[in-house]
Design a protein around this ligand. Structure first.
Ligand code: FAD
Length: 432
């Protein structure tokens, strides 16, 4: 039996942040990881997809070089080289995680929970925590439960492909599905997206989701909404039912991108840890589970399946401060082309007004040749406080940081232009 103050299960963004911060505060901390450090985000999520998105961006810029007076010709796209670059970036960041965990006892093993604040490892060794156990075991892709569903690959397998498909059917038009569709389409793959809901990107502002669907459809991605997939045939034909009769889409690769399920460590139920109706671990605002001394952060509690939410929840545990995770101001970012970002929640029944500004009137956006898209702020009608923001357009993923501060600080929209100087010419001037 080895003794620690805190034992963390999982070394993804939630786990490595909580472990390194507690160790920096002087605690004796162990982190147990059964796979590679960095979790889903680093190994098969945020970072690999953003590396491929960067390759797609580079390709797009080269194809449009003539618009900027640059004479060059694109004679092909080397997917293997773009994958090598992706693996290099992931490797560099994995070293960064390892150095962040200096001062933490890192254990490569599968962990199970044992009553009495103990963790058992695959080799039978036991760890005991005197202060707390933090479960940060993340999530995994939801299986596609239709006949032939096992023929579809998940997002992890899609990112591990060594060559691009020629024709792909992506089942699920949520964030993961739409990012992959946008990247692969730019790289030359013929892509069909089948989405069960009436619009892509459930949870994102309907106005923006519709515009993005129209933009991507115009660019050549085939998007079918209201499509309930019923079967995947051996030849890659995906059959679906729809209000107007349904149909079929064919691909040499079928990707299931229809949601995520929690990964629960063995023994959780024996320790008295309750789950919600979707199977995620129930937590209070301090990230405490229903078992004394056991916390759950990140995807596994289902509050927000985003890396920065996992990190914010890690801070909630470290500082024992619920204010570190403000669920009403979590930015969500979608790395399609164009990018989309959203932050804030409008309370039901609130009296609101919207303020919209177009990138077409922004000098920097026009200089960059990216004048499409807009920012829409939804504000309290009485005092003008910004309640939510949605952005579609160039660098939306970076611009949303300002919107997050506006929403968190309930800044009245009319004060933005009056009190806060924005450099010129910049995309951020759109907030003025
Ligand atoms: P994870 O990162 O999943 O880490 C959990 C770790 O726990 C894993 O390493 C796992 O091996 C380990 N583990 C599980 N069970 C055990 C056990 N019993 N014993 C030991 N170890 C265990 N989020 C963003 O914010 N931005 C993005 O751009 C983005 N893009 C994404 C793209 C894709 C394709 C996917 C799939 C996800 C993306 N996400 C993105 C979501 C993001 O990856 C997750 O929200 C984030 O990784 C959650 O962090 P976590 O620490 O909760 O769990």
């Amino acid at each position: 039996m080895r003794d620690f103050d805190t034992v963390v299960i999982g070394a993804g963004p939630g786990g490595y942040h909580v472990a390194s911060a507690l160790a920096a505060a002087g605690e004796h901390v162990a982190v147990v990881e059964r796979d590679r450090p960095g979790g889903t985000c680093l190994n098969c999520g945020c970072i690999p997809t953003k590396c491929l998105a960067a390759s797609a961006d580079a390709l797009r810029v080269c194809r449009r070089a003539g618009d900027f007076g640059v004479r060059c010709q694109v004679d092909g796209f080397d997917y293997a080289a773009s994958r090598r670059r992706m693996l290099d970036v992931v490797g560099t960041l994995r070293d960064g995680v390892a150095s962040l965990l200096r001062g933490v006892t890192y254990i490569s093993s599968e962990a199970s929970l044992v009553p009495g604040l103990q963790v058992s490892l695959s080799d039978g060794e036991a760890l005991r925590a005197s202060r707390r156990i933090v479960i940060a075991t993340g999530s995994r892709p939801a299986p596609l439960r239709v006949p032939g569903g096992e023929r579809a690959i998940d997002s992890t397998a899609a990112l591990a492909l060594e060559s691009l498909p020629q024709r792909a059917v992506i089942i699920g038009g949520g964030v993961i599905g739409m990012e992959l569709a946008s990247i692969w389409h730019t790289m030359g793959v013929e892509v069909t997206v089948l989405e069960y809901c009436r619009e892509i990107l459930p949870g994102i502002d309907a106005d923006v989701a519709k515009r993005l669907r129209m933009t991507l459809s115009r660019a050549g991605i085939s998007i079918v909404t209201g499509a309930e997939v019923t079967a995947v045939d051996a030849d890659g034909t995906v059959r679906y039912a729809a209000a107007k009769g349904g149909g079929a889409a064919c691909g040499d690769t079928v990707v299931a991108a229809g949601g995520r399920r929690p990964v629960l460590p063995a023994g959780y139920d024996g320790c008295g840890i309750a789950t919600d109706s979707r199977g995620f671990i129930r937590v209070d605002s301090h990230m405490r589970t229903t078992a004394d001394g056991i916390y759950a952060i990140g995807d596994v509690n289902g509050l927000s399946l985003l890396a920065h939410s996992a990190e914010a929840q890690a801070r909630t545990v470290v500082y024992d401060d619920p204010a570190c995770f403000n669920a009403g101001a979590v930015p969500a970012v979608i790395f399609t082309h164009p990018e989309v970002a959203q932050v804030g929640v409008v309370p039901a029944g609130a009296e609101v007004m919207t303020v919209k500004r177009m990138f077409g009137a922004n000098g920097k956006a026009l200089a960059m040749g990216q004048g499409e898209g807009f920012v829409k702020l939804t504000c309290d009608r009485a005092d003008g406080a910004v309640l939510s923001a949605v952005i579609m357009g160039p660098h939306a993923s970076d611009l949303v940081a300002e919107a997050t501060i506006l929403v968190s600080g309930k800044v009245p929209y009319h004060e933005i232009g009056r009190r806060y100087i924005h450099a010129h010419p910049t995309l951020s001037e759109i907030f003025l």
